[in-house]
Write a protein that binds this ligand. Structure first.
Ligand SMILES: Cc1cc2nc3c(=O)[nH]c(=O)nc-3n(C[C@H](O)[C@H](O)[C@H](O)COP(=O)(O)OP(=O)(O)OC[C@H]3O[C@@H](n4cnc5c(N)ncnc54)[C@H](O)[C@@H]3O)c2cc1C
Length: 343
């Protein structure tokens, strides 16, 4: 069988975008099908990379491996696309109570958490109009990825280079052929589904999130601050505030309830005037154990999904790992392999 491509990709949120970038870098012939639609998680994502679970002061899953790998991947991608995407920055956790401050101090003694934690003063923060009665700690290794710019810039390049078709792929249009699959006049030995929460995939739990874009004149923060919500500085007094988590009615879009909840939590951090500029909602493709879902789901079909609330840091590792599996014969890590994997 002569294939037009090595791999077809369905979906171009952060999962599909990163998978396509890595597959192309490895010299594979790639074609992506995608039609962004309301609820797309990546369109709403704040883009924060945070190596620490802030509720418990412990590292996120494989943070020591995944975060440096993500930094290297997105730095290379921004060079390739010619636009700034990856912005390392300090993440400050504001302690809501003195007990949390004590917990932080104890966690700093743990060799697993310590590399991601510091208690150094931030002079700009101390001078800012913020409510910080119990102090704060700093998370090391945090960053912000400009997901919107990554998707927009890659889209323009992909359309110009002819490897993206913007269409909804109907399940009936994915046709089996000898040794592979066909969509329209493109065929390959593998279709990789990066459909996010739109997928009907066992084990996937859709979780809605909302964020606000706000203006807070006079705050002048340079750090990413967390106290119940993230407050991400974007310049010119603008900040991204997020995010909510909701398990019901996940496709309902931005709601007054979500906006009020974000503003309520923001007021715990600052009494400054807040002007809401924009309001977004998306549906995270999560799993119960917070591990991604990788592997074959049918002959010649695999998934890269389950990126949950940490798509930015997980996507580069997942893309490389799935490519090593599909094209290099490497076994999937049992922690991420689908249980109904056909291998
Ligand atoms: C409010 C909010 C804030 C978040 N903040 C962060 C954050 O700060 N940091 C972080 O790391 N993560 C964050 N996340 C999580 C992150 O957004 C997700 O992990 C990630 O975006 C999932 O990407 P994905 O590509 O799997 O899914 P999606 O972004 O949903 O992309 C799936 C794509 O597939 C397309 N598609 C599906 N089926 C078809 C079809 N049949 N035909 C054509 N196209 C199809 C969809 O239209 C869509 O474009 C946040 C999420 C939300 C909702």
């Amino acid at each position: 069988m002569v294939f037009t491509h090595d791999v077809l990709v369905l979906g171009r949120g952060i999962a599909g975008a990163v998978f396509a970038e890595e597959a192309l870098r490895r010299g594979l012939r790639v074609h992506v099908f995608d039609r962004p639609r309301p609820g797309q998680a990546s369109a709403a994502a704040a883009g924060v990379v945070n190596p620490l679970v802030l509720r418990r002061d412990v590292p996120t899953w494989r943070a020591a491996e995944l975060v440096p790998l993500a930094a290297a991947f997105y730095t290379r991608m921004q060079e390739h696309l010619g636009v700034p995407l990856w912005h390392p920055l300090d993440l400050v956790k504001v302690f809501p109570t003195s007990r949390e401050a004590e917990h932080w101090a104890r966690a700093m003694q743990d060799p697993a958490s310590a590399p991601f934690m510091a208690s150094t003063p931030c002079p700009g923060l101390d001078a800012a109009p913020l409510k910080i009665p119990h102090g704060y700690g700093t998370v090391r290794g945090a960053a912000w990825l400009d997901v919107g710019r990554l998707l927009d810039t890659q889209r323009a390049k992909a359309l110009a280079d002819g490897w993206l078709t913007e269409t909804v792929v109907d399940p009936a249009s994915v046709l089996p052929i000898a040794g592979g699959l066909r969509i329209g006049d493109r065929c390959a030995p593998w279709l990789v589904r990066c459909e996010g929460a739109f997928a009907a995939l066992p084990g996937l739990v859709p979780v809605k999130g909302e964020t606000l874009l706000v203006r807070i004149p006079g705050l002048h923060l340079e750090q990413l601050v967390h106290r119940g919500v993230f407050l991400l500085p974007l310049g010119e007094d603008r900040y991204r505030v997020g995010a909510t988590f909701a398990w019901n009615d996940v496709w309902s879009g931005p709601t007054a309830q979500g906006r009020d909840e974000l503003l309520r939590r923001l007021r715990l951090l600052t009494g400054s005037d807040v002007e809401v500029l924009d309001h977004a909602a998306g549906v995270r493709p999560t799993t119960r154990d917070r591990r991604p879902l990788l592997g074959a789901v049918a002959p010649h079909e695999a998934v890269l999904n389950g990126l949950g609330a940490r798509g930015v840091s997980l996507a580069p590792w997942c893309a490389g790992h799935l490519l090593d599996h599909l094209f290099g014969g490497r076994a999937l890590d049992p922690e991420v392999a689908l249980r109904n994997n056909l291998d």
